[in-house]
Ligand binder design. Structure first.
Ligand SMILES: Cc1cc2nc3c(=O)[nH]c(=O)nc-3n(C[C@H](O)[C@H](O)[C@H](O)COP(=O)(O)O)c2cc1C
Length: 481
């Protein structure tokens, strides 16, 4: 039994493509404020470690089909600033894109939220996967992966130097002597790199947490190196537990090789639980969500240009190795048809059975539509009761696959509240999540020490080495089991 970090990755209109269509679901982003406030209050009462907000620097019709939440919503920094005012303990993590942000502006905004929230702000740094963001920021093209990470490396160093502009005791504010500031304790960032040049100092006091906990979400090998060298939490997309174990092992080795205490890097995976009072109830929810996902055949005149090409019977035919042309999407998938399927097709049938309870030989066999959806909608789903989901969380933690989860909710508010009210008590009963907050700041929730100022050692090498704060220098690096 290992204490897990449990955060909620909030998408106000739901994290499943058809979640906004589900009966009673929130679906109009103009009304997000009330939904976000309610989610924050429920999450804090459940003692979750943090709320997490992703970001995307462009919009378009295509996003409607992949992740409708990204079409239009409030920006993450505004969201956590607002929620800082209506909560008192839960952490609040916003995403910022290092490829298109200005470090001085971002350092100010994030240090400010940390001070306003009593040390509960966190920052997810991404390099961006959206090429349209370039044109939205006056840039001719979306730079290649390596160049984006070269900039991200400099960005993180600058953030930490800016956050450390004021020593903790730099502002004296002694009314009797008239001394307000000790100028010896105000430091310039003085960073001039290949991609960024920032003199500083920042004009915001040092954050309550010293440095906000930094998350990095990514997929590529360069992303993993950046997470290992520069982040406190690595947010990784994983297919299964074995893959998660391997990725976490790789990340911790990279952290060790970069000279830090590898235990200070926490590995978090996104997960989308579908929670029901019974397994059948959970499967019926997953089934209804699946049936609400549109597939190409739903448009008699053909789908809109932005529609995902893989959501079609034609694509399914390729996957299962059987020509399904001319069949209705609502045609039942029965044993004789499955017998003709490829191994990949048979595996897909099993996934659908697990998620929706529909198996070929049952009274409610799956339809071809169910298979198209299962093949084209990416989501790390767990469908079941609170006990089923808590058991899966525990198994991943005990296997060393993750340090915690970013929990997505298919439908807001229903599924988020089902997780908070049904699954969290199960996690707490198993000792995976405390029943009370153990600390006041996000770092304390995450078990991360408050780092020294990068200026404390007084020399740039130390600054670079100590940019991981409590991780100390190369010499103290140890590999932990
Ligand atoms: C779990 C997860 C969450 C992510 N969230 C975001 C996000 O909110 N905004 C974003 O621009 N990119 C997000 N990304 C994408 C990464 O930031 C990254 O830009 C993308 O994967 C391309 O870079 P890479 O090939 O190095 O990963 C996420 C990636 C993962 C794995």
């Amino acid at each position: 039994m290992t204490r897990l970090i449990i955060g909620a990755m909030i998408r106000a209109i739901g994290a499943y493509p058809s979640g906004w269509r589900y009966p009673g679901a929130h679906r109009d982003p103009r009304g997000d404020a009330a939904v976000l406030r309610r989610a924050a209050e429920v999450a804090e009462a459940a003692r979750l470690d943090y709320l997490f907000f992703g970001d995307w620097l462009a919009t378009g019709h295509d996003l409607e089909y992949h992740d409708p939440y990204l079409v239009a919503r409030v920006d993450p920094i505004s969201a956590i600033t607002y929620l800082a005012g209506v909560t008192s303990r839960i952490g609040l993590i916003a995403t910022a894109n290092t490829s298109y942000s200005d470090p001085y502006t971002l350092a100010r905004a994030t240090a400010s939220v940390d001070l306003l929230s009593g040390g509960r702000a966190g920052l997810n740094l991404v390099t961006g996967a959206e090429p349209r963001a370039a044109a939205n920021h006056g840039v001719d093209f979306h730079t290649a992966n390596e160049a984006r990470y070269d900039r991200a490396v400099e960005f993180e160093i600058v953030l930490r130097r800016l956050w450390d502009s004021f020593d903790d005791d730099a502002i004296v504010a002694d009314a009797s002597s008239g001394v307000y500031l000790d100028p010896q304790k105000l430091h310039a960032a003085d960073f001039h790199g290949e991609h960024l040049s920032v003199t500083g100092p920042l004009n915001v006091p040092r954050p309550v947490q010293g440095h906000l906990p930094i998350v990095h979400a990514g997929i590529s090998p360069r992303s993993r190196l950046f997470a290992a060298q520069s982040a406190d939490l690595a947010l990784v997309a994983v297919g299964d537990r074995e893959q998660a174990i391997a990725i976490r092992e790789e990340l911790r080795s990279l952290a060790f090789e970069s000279g830090r205490d590898d235990r200070t890097l926490k590995v978090i995976a996104p997960v989308l639980p579908i929670v029901g009072e019974t397994r059948e109830h959970a499967q019926s929810i997953a089934d209804e969500l699946s049936e609400l996902v549109q597939i190409a055949e739903d448009w008699p005149g053909g789908p809109p240009p932005a529609f995902p090409s893989n959501r079609s019977l034609a694509q399914l035919s390729l996957l299962v190795g059987v020509d399904l042309a001319g069949l209705s999407p609502d045609r039942s998938v029965t044993p004789p048809l499955v017998a003709e399927f490829s191994a990949a097709g048979q595996e897909l049938v099993e996934i659908v059975a697990e998620r929706t309870g529909r198996s070929p030989s049952s009274e409610r066999p799956p339809t071809l539509r169910h298979l198209v959806v299962a093949a084209s909608v990416n989501a790390s789903m767990i469908v079941g009761t609170a006990d089923d989901i808590a058991a899966e969380f525990e198994a991943w933690g005990d296997a060393g696959a993750v340090d915690g989860f970013n929990v997505l909710s298919a439908v807001q508010p229903q599924q988020f509240e089902a997780f908070a009210f049904q699954v969290v008590p199960e996690l707490q009963r198993r000792g995976l999540l405390p029943t009370e907050y153990e600390g006041a700041t996000l770092r304390e929730h995450l078990g991360l020490a408050r780092p020294e100022s990068v200026h404390a050692a007084g020399d740039p090498v130390a600054a670079a080495g100590q940019r991981h704060g409590s991780r100390g220098r190369l010499a103290s690096a140890r590999r932990h089991p």
